[in-house]
Design a protein. Structure first.
Length: 485
């Protein structure tokens, strides 16, 4: 697979592009994301499904720009797909041929099941959840993928889309007809998921409005979850908004004004039909799914067990000593286990400590001075895939406090609603500080631990003066002596 790959997704409403760069066998990171709201399906449902000249021209010009961006970023491969916009249009193949002949770009028109599958692949690999259904509301269709035990068990594509409903029902003020149409499409779905993963522009716009309404402490869409019952009033306010000013006041961005009412109507109707209680927001979708099916073609389109793309990518880019993370991770396990009688933390926090210990050195690559603070800020945004907001924030905080003094209540208040009990943060911060301290001379010394009544004995086969002095300055959560033997 190419080191740098570009994925272009031609949707009914927007055309999007991502450029991804590999850092090792399965690891990659995003280096560009571009969107153009070309509305290629505009006017087609009123004209027997035929794509109209002006939208086609917008799409063609956008592709010229997309290709130029990919070339400037030295992309070695461009994969371009089109969804319902082109697959439903009688003149869709004409556009595909024009692009191939004049731009040298091959557009692959994918069916609804394949589109749903790509979304499912992205969600099961890049979100920290299981047993759910994805929903992706587009301009012409809506796709579902049903995931159980990290396997896609079914995919469904329905002819429900924002532009389709806008032209067939909303422009005629026929909301009852729109609802009947949606329910007639949904009635043949046999699955009853307990939670939905919302993909695409509508789901993300609604999540952004909820974040604003709730004054949520972490401004991050990917992984954001909310209770549906608490937000039906917001959805109704969007659907009934009679001006763009009201949509703006609700928290809807300008680029969503034209289809957000239709999208929200579809989304709310589906939530009610399935009686969904919780929605998780996905910042990834078809584009990332296409990339992953190519990257993971030899492993059933799934990352290996216990592999996390974000951790691996950060280590690839920012930690030069490839043996150091494994050393720090193994030492973290020993420290957690030997101190278990004192901290009594749930074992789920052991993996948090291990991950934080592995990632802590990356701050030095960013800047030596205040490196823990640099790591904190970077991880808040860089630890994107495979983590809940709670886990990501906890990892970032204990790295921030991987220094000799324990954190104070005032230092965690900004994200307090998503963090565990303060005692947990103090213990994890102490243990990562101890772990980093023991490698003060960067020799990756092997240590053994023994917990006495009020002393942690740390044994090694040599005298490390600088480590001994550093241990004397570490603040402990309880009355505990640290003795290097």
């Amino acid at each position: 697979m190419a080191k740098i790959t570009t994925i272009i997704d031609i949707g009914s409403n927007s055309m999007r592009m991502v450029v991804l760069k590999k850092t090792s066998r399965f690891a990659f990171h995003l280096i560009n994301e571009t969107k153009s709201k070309v509305k290629i399906s505009e006017g087609c449902y009123e004209n027997n499904g035929n794509l109209q000249p002006e939208p086609l021209n917008r799409a063609f010009n956008a592709l010229i720009s997309f290709i130029q961006i990919a070339k400037n970023l030295k992309s070695g491969k461009i994969l371009c797909v089109a969804t319902s916009a082109l697959r439903d249009a009688p003149n869709g193949n004409t556009f595909v041929k024009k692009v191939s002949c004049e731009l040298g770009l091959n557009i692959k028109i994918i069916d609804g099941q394949k589109e749903a599958y790509y979304g499912g692949v992205a969600a099961l690999n890049l979100l920290d959840c299981d047993n759910f259904a994805t929903i992706d509301i587009g301009g012409g269709s809506t796709e579902f993928a049903f995931i159980n035990d990290r396997n896609i068990t079914d995919t469904v594509s329905l002819n429900i889309g924002t532009i389709r409903l806008k032209e067939l029902y909303f422009n005629k003020n026929d909301l009852d007809g729109a609802k009947d149409y949606i329910l007639s499409q949904l009635k043949n779905i046999e699955h009853k998921p307990l939670k939905l993963v919302g993909m695409g522009g509508t789901a993300r716009a609604l999540s952004r409005a909820i974040i604003n309404k709730e004054q949520y402490c972490f401004d991050m869409l990917h992984g954001f979850k909310y209770n549906t019952k608490n937000n039906y009033k917001l959805f109704n306010n969007i659907i009934t908004a009679n001006s763009n000013k009201k949509l703006k006041d609700i928290g809807i961005r300008k680029d969503r004004y034209d289809t957000i009412k239709e999208g929200t109507f579809i989304f709310k109707t589906i939530l009610e039909f399935f009686q969904i209680k919780e929605v998780i927001t996905s910042g990834v979708g078809v584009r990332e799914g296409i990339y992953l099916t190519d990257l993971l073609r030899s492993s059933n389109h799934k990352f290996p067990v216990n592999f996390n793309i974000s951790i691996r990518s950060l280590l690839d880019r920012f930690v030069d000593d490839d043996k150091l993370p494994a050393y720090l991770g193994n030492n973290a396990k020993k420290i957690f286990d030997v101190l278990k009688p004192l901290h009594t933390l749930d074992d789920k926090y052991k993996s948090i400590l291990v991950i934080a210990s592995k990632l802590q050195p990356m701050g030095i690559s960013l800047n030596f001075y205040k490196n823990s603070e640099h790591s904190f800020n970077f991880i808040l945004n860089g630890l994107s895939y495979g983590f809940t907001h709670e886990r990501r924030l906890l990892i970032a905080h204990i790295i921030k406090f991987s220094k000799k003094s324990l954190p104070k209540q005032s230092e965690i208040k900004e994200y307090k609603q998503l963090l565990p009990d303060f005692n947990v943060i103090q213990w994890l911060s102490f243990m990562i500080s101890l772990n980093i301290c023991l490698n003060s001379d960067f020799s990756r010394t092997k240590f053994e631990y023994k917990l006495g009544e009020d002393t942690l004995e740390i044994e090694c086969d040599k005298d490390i003066y600088i480590t001994q002095k550093a241990l004397e300055k570490i603040e402990t959560p309880v009355n505990l002596n640290l003795e290097l033997i």
